[in-house]
Design a protein around this ligand. Structure first.
Ligand SMILES: [Zn+2]
Length: 313
């Protein structure tokens, strides 16, 4: 019994066929085309390719999107990184692929995958933040994904830790959200600001060569550059303020950090943990703060698990 999981990101789409929670085909990765209809066609092509080699047919399709999705209607309400706005993604996919389709926010699915198979396994209460271009959030309560009233809940990237802080991005009217302070794009801005003010530093030289972004800055930090490490530590401290509030709110068993920025590891999580432990209420600072376990496959695996559980298999 196989299902297909698809993780749609702002730049690439990853798809795989899973049997009993194991990836048996894929991940196949293609660039994300522009606009909702083109993305639907791309997903349909991936489903056709992955179905072709399946001996026992495909029972369902799960799709994760970087989007706010109406859980009642299956419509994408808003998605900055894919250009989908008020788009009937679920109905179009059902029509196109002819099998049950399940749609959810990508960070919810990453949290689901980590809970079932990754670093959250064995815990009933899991909070997860995915640090990429933006910041996604997923919350598992009593073993189930928390989605709020219409499916728009757990947008943990838009927790504000500085009410007068920098404006947020991607249509969020907030200020000082952790997405504005600790995401990949926020790190790029912070590295570049330091580089502009310190042109003789390694970050400054990298910036002048036009090569400075969150990934190259992170690589410099991992090589031991003190300035790059300081920028990461500041972002980590803001993250820690949010983690303390999340611990106080949910009393989770574990708090996981995933997404591309989590490659920073302890350079980010160390300062975050120090602030978290200093600021959370004593009874709630029990949850370990860890890097997630499934890496870049988490969203795709979570999408497949949602489909498997959705068809009752
Ligand atoms: Zn925000």
């Amino acid at each position: 019994m196989s299902v297909i999981g698809v993780d749609v990101g702002g730049t690439k789409i990853a798809a795989g066929r899973l049997t009993r929670g194991m990836i048996v085909a894929g991940p196949v990765v293609i660039p994300t085309p522009a606009g909702g209809p083109a993305i639907i066609e791309a997903i349909a092509g991936l489903v056709a390719d992955l179905s072709a080699g399946s001996p026992d047919g495909i029972r369902g399709l799960g799709v994760g999107l970087p989007a706010t999705i109406d859980a009642v209607t299956g419509r994408v309400v808003h998605s900055v990184h894919t250009g989908m706005d008020d788009f009937d993604a679920a109905a179009r996919l059902v029509e196109r692929v002819g099998m049950p389709v399940f749609l959810d926010n990508d960070a919810n699915l990453a949290a689901l995958a980590e809970h079932r198979l990754g670093a959250g396994r064995g815990h009933d209460h899991v909070v997860m933040l995915t640090l990429g271009t933006g910041i996604g959030g997923g919350v598992i309560i009593e073993g189930r994904v928390f989605r709020g009233g219409r499916g728009h809940g757990a947008e943990l990237g838009h927790i504000s830790v500085d009410g007068n802080g920098p404006p947020c991005q991607g249509g969020c009217p907030g200020r000082g959200c952790i997405e504005a302070l600790c995401s990949g794009s926020a790190l790029t801005r912070a590295f570049c600001a330091f580089a502009d003010a310190n042109r003789a530093s390694a970050l400054g030289r990298l910036h002048q060569s036009g090569m400075l972004d969150s990934e190259s800055g992170l690589a410099l930090a991992q090589e031991g550059d003190a300035d790059a490490r300081a920028v990461l530590a500041t972002a980590g401290e803001w993250l820690g303020v949010a983690v303390a509030s999340l611990a106080n709110t949910f009393d989770p068993d574990v708090i996981l950090i995933g997404g591309g920025v989590s490659a920073a590891g302890e350079l980010l999580l160390g300062p975050a943990r120090t602030v978290y432990h200093a600021r959370a209420l004593p009874p709630t600072r029990r949850a370990p703060l860890l890097v997630a376990g499934l890496g870049p496959d988490a969203g795709m695996v979570g999408a497949a698990l949602m489909a498997r559980e959705g068809v009752g298999a």
